[in-house]
Design a protein around this ligand. Structure first.
Ligand code: PLP
Length: 372
């Protein structure tokens, strides 16, 4: 019998609250991951991941990596740029800035096209940049900027990239498995995520879903990393069925269970559940008199950035600790110009959990005599 594990409500942007069945899926007999039985599991997993983003098997493949989600950014940026070409990073926040930092670290020619973190990037500006720079081979943009909660118009950005002969890479780490994504319809050549966010599995497994022909073409591009090279990992999988280096074995078992639960819940129902949680977050904030930062019409429906109340007794750490001790985790903001914290709708949580959270938050405000 499975023992029930204390259920914490994580309102941080991943890792997310998981089911006990996903937690227990990790408790398995010891196995060497070089066994065929394990390769078979990964083969199924790679193919199921394609289904989450409606990627046709004959055009797309998925490549697994052991690491947190940032490994995907590193891999895509360093592996997909041909010699003498540039990458255009459409940048309206912290996660797009991370791709810029990867470019800087590898000394890659790039354009850091900056936009306000409070807004969606402007398509006219992206188009003009593509017109003026015919050496852009890769356009990069995050789907959901987790730092603010802004959802970016990736379908339009992808279409622009393709119109100007570039490939489109989107960091979908905090949207994949939560907001429906169709890589063909959305003009996405490469997307990515880690298992602990939308799929509600555990940390340590990350994956890139992308066009097989482009990965094969990248074999001849300049190599910039040994451990984080996309073609090398893809090729190793294709030849042996294994990850080049040791995989996160237990996380893979958890992800297989999480995907089973993902398909059982269904894309549409899961999207609606996250939405309902998001609505409950806004309702609770409104009722207490908190102010949010991003216009709701451009919010992803997964992350809400909340302004610190303008009251002398407000202390994020104290409120965090009060909630944490009662099973609710709130998370600091990531906007350098405004003091914010974040409430997120990831994970296996429901509107009732949010209602329970707001009771506790209200208690915390009363306890510390914070007036809004
Ligand atoms: C979580 C996240 C990542 C990965 O962050 P890690 O700390 O490496 O797990 C990358 N991009 C986005 C948009 C994210 O939300």
């Amino acid at each position: 019998m499975m023992k029930t594990i204390q259920r914490n409500i994580l309102l941080n942007p991943g890792p997310a609250t998981t089911t006990d069945s996903v937690k227990y899926a990790q408790v398995v007999p010891d196995i060497c991951p070089r066994e065929r039985a394990f390769a078979d599991l990964m083969k199924r997993l790679r193919s199921d991941l394609l289904k989450v983003v409606h990627a046709p098997e004959d055009q797309y493949t998925s490549v697994l990596f052991c690491g947190s989600g940032t490994i995907n950014i590193d891999v895509c940026v360093n592996s997909l740029l041909p010699a003498g070409k540039k990458i255009l990073v459409v940048n309206n926040g912290a996660y797009n800035s991370r791709a810029v930092e990867v470019c800087e670290m590898y000394h890659l020619p790039h354009i850091n096209l900056r936009f306000s973190v409070y807004e969606q990037p402007k398509l006219e500006v992206i188009e003009r940049t593509l017109q003026e720079n015919d050496d852009i081979a890769v356009v990069y943009c995050c789907h959901h900027e987790t730092g603010t909660g802004v959802l970016n118009p990736i379908r339009e950005i992808g279409a622009l990239a393709h119109r100007y002969g570039a490939i489109f890479v989107s960091d979908t780490t905090s949207s994949l498995g939560m907001i429906p994504l169709d890589v063909v319809r959305d003009h996405v050549d490469f997307c990515m995520a880690s298992a602990q966010k939308g799929l509600m599995a555990m940390t340590g497994l990350s994956f890139i879903i992308g066009r097989t022909d482009l990965i094969k073409a990248s074999k001849n591009y300049p190599t910039r990393s040994y451990y984080c090279n996309l073609y090398m990992q893809y090729d190793y999988f294709e030849r042996t069925g294994e990850m080049h280096f040791t995989p996160p074995v237990q996380t893979i078992y958890a992800t297989i269970q999480a995907l089973k639960e993902y398909f059982e819940e269904g894309e549409t129902a899961k999207f609606a559940r996250h939405r309902a949680v998001y609505e409950a977050i806004h309702q609770g904030l409104d009722a207490l008199g908190f102010e949010t930062v991003i216009d709701r019409s451009i919010e992803s429906g997964l992350v809400v950035s909340v302004k610190y109340p303008d009251h002398e007794n407000w202390d994020f750490e104290k409120v965090h600790d009060y909630c944490f001790e009662r099973g609710f985790t709130i998370y600091p903001g990531k906007i350098s110009t405004t003091n914010t914290f974040r409430l997120c709708a990831l994970g296996k949580i429901y509107p009732q959990d949010i209602e329970a959270f707001f009771k506790v938050l209200k208690e915390a405000l009363d306890y510390y005599q914070i007036k809004l």
